[in-house]
Write a protein that binds this ligand. Sequence first.
Ligand code: GLC
Length: 538
Amino acid sequence: MAAKGYAWWQSGVIYQVYPRSFQDSNADGVGDLLGILARLDHLVALGVDAVWISPITASPMADFGYDVADYTGIDPAFGTLANFDRLVAAAHVRGLRVILDYVPNHSSDRHPWFLESRASRSSARRDWYIWRDPAPDGGPPNNWLSEFGGPAWTLDQATGQYWYHAYLPEQPDLNWRNPQVQDAMLEVLRFWLDRGVDGFRVDAIHHLFEDEGLRDNPPNPDWRPGLSPARRVIRAYTMDQAEVHEAIAAMRRVADAYPGERVLIGEAYLPIDRLMAYYGAGLTGFHLPFNFHLLSTPWDARAIAALVERYEAALPQGAWPNWVLGNHDRSRLASRLGPAQARVAAMLLLTLRGTPTIYQGEEIGMTDVPIPPDRVQDPWERRVPGLGVGRDPVRTPMQWDAGAGAGFTGAVEPWLPLPRDWRSVNVAAQEGDASSVLTLYRALLRLRRAEPALSVGAYASVAVDAPDVLAYERRDEATGRRLRIALNLGDGQRVLPGFALGARILLSSYLDDRSSSIQGAIALRPAEGVVVELPVKA
Ligand code: GLC
């Protein structure tokens, strides 16, 4: 439901589905489209507005869908185009928007475009990818590194040139300087927009262009053994190049030509000042360049307050903020912060100003699942073992119930293992539990929907004289209604004199009844967060 005067993607909440692990409908151990369809009511009950589905297009699965072999075909593992149309229709009937993942930086090495490009130096599609001659010693053209380990160049023996890949060799980078590539890739957007999708999450956008002069990246003085080998260099010439903004604006023009507020969300891991450029000059870029900064900021009240201030202050005029606390690439909240603070984090995410994205499974407090070496799937972990870069632990199946296969699959073995605690940590168990993480997420989402102060209101920090406490106010400009949020990021009790005299607690992360109004100082229990309603000024 959109608050008055705001687009759905401003007042709404996005939920990310990792389709291999959401729901399996055909007992092959891998989630699929009909599975997602069967679970839409979970999203309705949760109270989110949109579902972003990680790639479902045809793929050899070298990077589990982020290597696309057909941009307009559904991978058989996930179902058919007819299944997809049914899913979109069923979502729309329920008032849910559907956002697809769009992977413009690279295709699969099995994509017909790449096969043709690779076939010969004179192929009509040679220039659709990035081919360069070897260095004089026969090695790669320069020192650029793959995000997933090793050089970013792979030699094609037959034609004697190297192709560039920011990620796996199986993910050759498309050459966006070629207008034909641009046209073909914009046509992909139209294909899905015509089918009724409500927007795209645009993958790895900061990698779209590289320096034409192929200058070497400078060494990174901060790299130490144990860090990802890709971080040995600073990506000065392989990331965040100026031309990207025109390409994004072209995507935006396509989306804007469709009725109904289609949204473009960009995945760019960049410092705040650089990130802001992805809104585009005059807001002609992404509606929402993903803000990942909470993922890398220490869980410390002062650090987070400073981050929010910095981010809010940097936003261009009219730009809409957003916040992310988890996704299919990053460690889960309950593992990063512990189960108690994961609840505080939920309250933070859902009460800050800006569109929140929730990653599947966070709403039941799932943890990273240890993966035995013989079950590793993630190519990153396989290429760079032992550093903890693997993403399988956060991609394990959704835990729906205590039945066999956690209600996720009828197969004997899901594609990734279930954790030991799935019989107790699951949706069904938490549904009937008045103090569960799921109940907290539902309560927060209900409150956010009911209170324009939370969904679209102004943000102001509130200074409190208590360590570990993060406090801020949200104000509905239309009515003047003010809510205050106080989050105890520590594990001791914290007393907040004068924080909200005469106010009423609307919600505590403990989910017990604290509804009587606050007479003296408010005392926060360890890892407690509260939303309070300030009395209306006379
Ligand atoms: C993005 C995706 C990640 C993928 C990479 C390459 O960062 O989130 O999962 O591996 O792009 O497409």
